[in-house]
Write a new protein. Structure first.
Length: 256
């Protein structure tokens, strides 16, 4: 079922809580010196303090398979970008007008997780599930930043759709990238009020990183449902079992 939480390892709970509440309108559900839970409208962010750990092997190159970024819908992209820039937050991509008639920008949280802001309703080039698109658009413009998606680069779209169908996801829509010589396409798998944003590159080689549970930044997405049959065990931390799909997206699955 839909993404319930995004799990992040952070070096400083107070710093991360300040970042997400100040710049992304998150609301504190609970917080201690070791953990915090933040409400981002359609899901929660679950922060865990990482006292020491391995260096992250994540690189901001979408040809690296697996996790790419966490996306939020916003009503006021320019104002938020101005505040982020004034605070010296590093950007990966300054605001642009993107395919699908939306404005987007990418930047990093204090522990290196890549985040995206999206302003405007996506005008999909392909619609595969009209009801899902209508529900997506029906969410409207958020009063505060709303968790929208986790993005992943994969090597086989059909395999990915089959995998996440076991968690309730269906192919909702697609966006073409005609100017990209690598054969870049974006597909949106949808369940409830958020998406998996799936990147494929038909004409480019992809790299793959091994899953990491003890590195700073993004750890996993948490779904409700049953573990897919082809899930690959990654490890257990704090009593939580983690798995990955064939392209290395780490996730936990909790009962509905």
């Amino acid at each position: 079922m839909a993404i319930r939480s995004v799990l992040l390892n952070v070096a400083d709970i107070d710093r991360s809580v300040d970042f997400y509440t100040r710049f992304l309108g998150a609301e504190v559900v609970e917080a201690s010196d070791r953990t915090a839970v933040l409400d981002v409208v359609t899901a929660t962010l679950r922060l865990t303090r990482l006292d020491s750990g391995e260096g992250s092997t994540f690189v901001p190159d979408d040809l690296q398979a697996g996790f790419r970024h966490v996306g939020f819908k916003v009503a006021d992209l320019d104002a938020r970008v101005e505040a982020l820039q004034a605070a010296g937050v590093p950007f990966q991509l300054e605001p642009i007008h993107a395919e699908g008639d939306v404005r987007i920008t990418f930047f990093y949280d204090p522990d290196g997780t890549l985040l995206e802001l999206v302003e405007g309703p996506l005008q999909y080039h392909e619609v595969y599930d009209r009801d899902a698109v209508d529900r997506d658009w029906g969410l409207g413009t958020p009063d505060r930043p709303r968790f929208d998606h986790v993005a992943e680069t994969v090597s086989d779209l059909d395999r990915t759709m089959e995998y996440f169908a076991a968690l309730g996801y269906r192919r909702m829509a697609g966006i073409h990238q005609p100017s990209d010589p690598r054969g870049f396409e974006i597909d949106f798998l949808r369940d409830a009020d958020s998406s998996l944003e799936i990147f494929t590159y038909e004409r480019a080689e992809k790299s793959r990183r091994e899953p990491q549970l003890g590195a700073p930044g993004f750890v996993a997405a948490e779904f409700a449902g049953s573990v897919p049959a082809s899930a690959e065990p990654v490890g257990t931390v704090g009593g939580v079992d983690f798995y990955s799909d064939a392209d290395g997206l780490v996730h936990a699955v909790v009962p509905e």
